[in-house]
Ligand binder design. Structure first.
Ligand SMILES: *Cc1c(COP(=O)(O)O)cnc(C)c1O
Length: 378
């Protein structure tokens, strides 16, 4: 067989079966609520098209994306899905939303007035969600706007499909702010009887039934990420990233490793050079130095620490303790997978699993494992 482009690159594998199981698991946990699916940011880097098809097959009918472009992409694929645009009504995009049945999450009074004008022009109450800010100061009507929202409803007869809010501290279930925000949300929804309410992201779903209301909006848990800090993560891992070993080298006590000479060897060492750098989603903040340890890779199931700085195309890994099980050049090295979760890598990089996932667009081949276990290139 002739060599072909990609033959020598790493592999990113997305387990669609795990995504389906994760959605069904969350659907069971929030048994009395409708379980939507958040597929913004290219389904957290996992590929919106394949992920949305999988979720739809699993039973999801309500999808959340961030932008109208994402909504249009999803609409092309799924003519009948209910699609909410979290970032709301973009200026001048009203007709586009109406034409493609995209539902903005209305986040402010100007947005509401623009949407009501679009509805008037269309001659129908085009569906949308209303979001209230209960304590994040990000998106949503301010609570003091509620009487104006109410008066618009009285004037026009317009009613939203859902009333939403978002918790700032759901990843810390014992945080007092959750109770404050939930109480404020209760006071909001009391003013919109009959309208379904939605508060919970992944962490809030796992955090307790009191957050579930009528619709839940999981994102990170679908993709196997840890939603709640300091608790075992019940979700199935979705992503595997393997990158090729380039070479093995021997180095001596006192020599330095990598850019900036930030790490000095305190013993004779065996080093593995792996073809994964920050341009592949291995964040530079996973670097190590004499003062601070960094990330890990897994070789034949054993963890091996990164030494020195992560560079653009490579990392240097200490395999002195690996014993005789030395890998060969060309062999694939686990960056993320059964031994290293996205959250392990995130913890070592000073970030969160969300950022690890959405940074995965490097020089690797992408594969999907479907629900029957078959692999296909994507
Ligand atoms: C992204 C997002 C979600 C999903 O959050 P996860 O923490 O990934 O589950 C839910 N609701 C809103 C408003 C969001 O922006």
């Amino acid at each position: 067989m002739n060599a072909h482009i990609g033959q020598f690159s790493g592999r990113l594998t997305i387990d669609l079966g795990a995504i389906a199981r994760n959605w069904k698991g969350l659907d069971t946990i929030s048994a009395n609520s409708l379980t939507a699916a958040v597929v913004k940011a290219n389904a957290y880097g996992c590929g919106m098209e394949r992920v949305a098809a999988t979720l739809s097959h699993a039973g999801a009918q309500f999808f959340f994306v961030a932008t109208p472009d994402e909504g249009l992409t999803l609409r092309t694929q799924m003519p009948n899905a209910h699609i909410f645009i979290l970032n709301g009504l973009f200026a001048g995009a009203g007709k586009l939303y109406a034409q493609h049945n995209l539902m903005p999450v209305i986040n402010s009074l100007p947005m509401l007035d623009e949407w009501l004008a679009i509805c008037l022009e269309a001659g129908e109450a085009l569906p949308a969600g209303f979001q209230f800010d209960t304590g994040m100061n990000r998106l949503g009507f301010r609570l003091l706007d509620i009487s104006i929202v109410q008066s618009r409803i009285k004037e026009t007869g317009y009613l939203p499909q859902v009333i939403m809010s978002h918790l700032a501290c759901a990843d810390i279930p014992a945080h007092e702010k959750n109770n404050t925000q939930r109480a404020l949300f209760q006071s909001v929804i009391a003013q919109f009887p009959q309208i379904p309410a939605s508060l919970a992201n992944s962490a809030a779903i796992l955090g307790g039934r009191e957050n579930h209301f009528q619709m839940v909006r999981p994102g990170i848990s679908l993709y196997g990420g840890r939603a709640i800090q300091g608790r075992p993560n019940p979700m199935a891992g979705v992503v595997t990233l393997e990158m090729p070993l380039i070479q093995i080298r021997e180095a001596r006590t006192g020599e330095s490793v990598g850019y900036g000479a930030t790490q000095t060897l305190n013993r004779d060492s065996r080093l593995a050079i792996v073809g994964a750098g920050y341009s592949d989603g291995m964040l530079r903040s996973a670097s190590s130095s004499n003062a601070r340890s960094g990330g890990f890779v897994a070789i034949k199931g054993k963890l091996a620490p990164i030494l020195g700085r992560v560079s653009m195309d490579t990392i240097i890994v200490d395999i002195t303790e690996l014993g005789p099980a030395i890998p060969d050049p060309g062999e694939m090295i686990e960056i993320i997978g059964p031994n290293i979760s996205i959250d392990d890598l995130a913890d070592a990089s000073g970030t969160i699993g969300y950022e690890i996932l959405t940074s995965l667009h490097g020089r690797f081949n992408r594969f999907y494992r479907d629900e029957s276990g078959n692999l296909s290139e994507g």
